[in-house]
Design a protein. Structure first.
Length: 118
């Protein structure tokens, strides 16, 4: 399985961005989602969605602002980020694996940088 992320860039605080991540290969029954790593910090969980879309989890820091969705027919996961804050600045990595919070990651995408200016 290979993951390729799209989107990212520079946005002002309060703005929105949408990231997408396309997976090639078999992803049936796997969770897909996003992590992020801010400068000088450890990589942290952002969100995960089940193959059916029936199970979705978010980090507390993004609840109510970020929305994850999945097109399982196209093996693609999306992350809509609203009301962005400077502290959301990070490299965002898509991931595929197991667990409602992707406790087990089998494959990582290459990462895409999102910069939120104040």
């Amino acid at each position: 399985v290979q993951l390729q992320a799209f989107g990212g860039g520079l946005v002002q605080a309060g703005g929105s961005f949408r990231l997408s991540c396309a997976a090639s290969g078999r992803t049936f029954t796997s969770y897909m989602g996003w992590f992020r790593q801010a400068p000088g910090k450890e990589r942290e969980f952002v969100t995960a969605i089940s193959w059916s879309g029936g199970s979705i989890n978010y980090a507390d820091s993004v609840k109510g602002r970020f929305t994850v969705s999945r097109d399982s027919a196209k093996n693609t996961v999306f992350l809509l980020m609203n009301s962005l804050k400077p502290e959301d600045t990070a490299v965002y990595y898509c991931a595929i694996g197991a667990g409602v919070r992707l406790g087990t990651v089998n494959h990582w995408g290459q990462g895409t940088l999102v910069t939120v200016s104040s």
